[in-house]
Design a protein. Structure first.
Length: 148
């Protein structure tokens, strides 16, 4: 008796003990279910890691770049779409007013001659970073990050 016949004998005994009888279709059904389960697990794990290639996005007329650490977005910052250098964030005006619609943050490129690259209304730099982080997470969750 070889190894395969021995394993088949144990499988038949298991089916008889569980269901009271054994038929070949039962074995093939179990094999099919096991294969589908394995494919599902592999696709979930490969899909969950795929988003890590998504590391930049264009929002508010500038480029935002970041890294991942333990699944969390870190080192999020904005860059000039023309020269690629990090932008300066001028949110001084946000401290002088209480209304969100009056709060404006300016993103300025020092390498392009201190030119304003973006103007974002609604909060200071922390608020903007939270909005961008939220948009990134939304695109990852909805699986729309691949389309831009």
């Amino acid at each position: 008796m070889n190894y395969i016949e021995m394993v088949m004998g144990y499988i038949k005994l298991a089916f008889i003990n569980i269901f009271g009888y054994y038929e070949a279709w039962m074995l093939w059904l179990c094999v099919l279910v096991a294969m589908l389960f394995i494919v599902l697990i592999v696709s979930i794990f490969s899909k969950s890691e795929e988003y890590r290639k998504f590391r930049s996005i264009s929002l508010y007329n500038v480029i935002w770049k970041w890294k991942y650490k333990k699944g969390q977005i870190i080192s999020l910052w904005c860059y000039c779409p023309e020269c690629g250098s990090p932008l300066l964030c001028d949110d001084e005006y946000c401290r002088s007013t209480m209304m969100l619609t009056s709060k404006t943050t300016f993103l300025i490129c020092p390498k392009c001659g201190d030119i304003e690259k973006s103007r974002i209304v609604g909060g200071d730099r922390n608020h903007i970073l939270k909005m961008v982080r939220f948009e990134i997470q939304k695109r990852i969750k909805n699986n729309t990050y691949k389309s831009g």
